[in-house]
Design a protein around this ligand. Structure first.
Ligand code: URA
Ligand code: CA
Length: 406
């Protein structure tokens, strides 16, 4: 079927079939259709939206554009996906915690994009850590260590890679159907039995508020069910950075801190405990509170920290960072008067720091913050510590200060 006919169907509120959309997706994937040819279809989906039947067919076609992993050899496996946020380092905490409890996760992660940090970039802060390993090696690691964190192979849902790049270029990212098909094509291709979806909302996420996040969550749940997967949606507030550190290296260090010293009031710790408890309770079919206590236990007694070390070593990474002190910041900004934090420009904060690291081709720049929304800061107390190149120090510092709302 021609693209124009599918577009007509969408405009007339008719569903398209798997065969109809698959023909177009495959042709776009292998280059028979150009970006210019494909763009009108994306724009129509963006403007008119599509029904559940069509959305599932689109997602299935994207899923089937590449390899679909068969994880049955590993037994029951769980996967977690976050729709992206700032200072979200949950994966590096979650995978070892679950591994300690016998809940297996083969976590395929991406690189930093726009305002969101990438888990693979953070893992590579452990010098020598190989994120690009073969699937057979990954399987062995899951069997040996109970989990593995690596990059997504190019073979998984390649249609999504092309479509995502085109959406990014043409400003068609923020659409529930397009995000749902993008995320779920990859998740369904990953082959886990249980999928926990962490849908973020707020000014540091794609979805601006909880209502829109719920729309996205419902669509993703629908897609999981149609594909006969067990899925659970969790909603996460992204109206401020999740952790206190922002920047690839600093975020990796924060993940280690979280596992070194359990602090039940730390917001990143809370998010990790919640996600891990949900994953483990679904996997083992036990009540949430039982699961939660087991999660907290392995975080408190150091087992999860040891497990992370084992996982890092197994993938060639150095353990130096586990004992490293924080480098001395290039600047510390202090409150000039008594202040109360009203909010953050979260997305902007993420962008400033991601851009800085990209421009200097490094992972070491970023900030440490000390407060969350609603907290008071006395005159003379630290507002943030900044790691930045000297020639940009004042400029970046000013930009960051602009992201605090008092
Ligand atoms: N993450 C994805 O993988 N796809 C989207 O469209 C948005 C966030
Ligand atoms: Ca419609």
């Amino acid at each position: 079927m021609k693209i124009e006919q599918i577009i007509e169907k969408i405009k007339n509120n008719n569903s398209f079939s798997y065969e109809e959309i698959n023909d177009v997706i495959q042709k776009y994937s292998d280059g028979q259709l150009s970006d210019e040819d494909f763009y009108p279809l994306l724009k129509t989906i963006y403007d008119f939206d599509i029904d559940d039947e069509s959305l599932y067919n689109l997602t299935l076609s994207m899923k089937n554009s590449g390899e679909v992993l068969d994880l049955t050899n590993l037994g029951r496996t769980v996967d977690k996906h976050s729709t992206g946020g700032v200072s979200d380092t949950t994966t590096i905490v979650l995978v070892p915690v679950l591994a300690c409890l016998g809940t297996k996760m083969l976590k395929l992660s991406g690189r930093s994009l726009g305002f969101t940090g990438g888990t693979c970039d953070k893992l590579e802060c452990f010098e020598g850590y190989k994120t690009e390993i073969s699937l057979s090696d990954a399987f062995e690691l899951v069997k040996k260590n109970g989990g593995c964190m690596m990059t997504s192979t190019a073979k998984l849902a390649p249609a999504d890679k092309k479509i995502y790049a085109l959406r990014d270029k043409t400003n068609l990212v923020d659409n529930v159907s397009l995000i749902a098909s993008s995320v779920m094509s990859k998740k369904l291709a990953t082959g886990a039995d249980i999928i926990v979806l962490d849908v973020k909302y707020g000014n540091g996420a794609f979805m601006p508020n909880k209502n829109s996040a719920k729309k996205l969550g419902k669509k993703m749940m629908m897609l999981a069910k149609r594909d006969k997967k067990c899925a659970k949606i969790v909603y996460g507030d992204m109206s401020q950075p999740l952790g206190y550190n922002i920047g690839t290296l600093l975020e990796c260090m924060e993940a280690i801190d979280i596992l070194k010293k359990f602090d039940k009031n730390n917001p990143l710790t809370k998010a990790c405990v919640k996600l891990a408890a949900i994953c483990h309770s679904l996997d083992k079919n036990i009540p949430y509170f039982v699961s939660k206590n087991k999660v907290i236990e392995v975080m408190k007694n150091g087992k999860a920290l040891d497990k992370l070390k084992t996982m890092v070593s197994s993938q060639g990474g150095s353990l130096e960072l586990f004992d490293a002190k924080y480098p001395i910041p290039q600047k510390i900004a202090y409150a000039q008067e008594n202040l109360k934090i009203k909010g953050f420009k979260t997305k902007e904060l993420g962008e400033i720091i991601n851009n800085l690291n990209h421009r200097y081709n490094t992972n070491k720049y970023g900030i440490i913050t000390y407060n969350k929304i609603g907290e008071k800061i006395k005159k003379g107390e630290k507002l943030f510590s900044l790691y930045a190149p000297s020639e940009e120090l004042e400029n970046i510092s000013k930009q960051i200060l602009d992201c605090f709302e008092f």
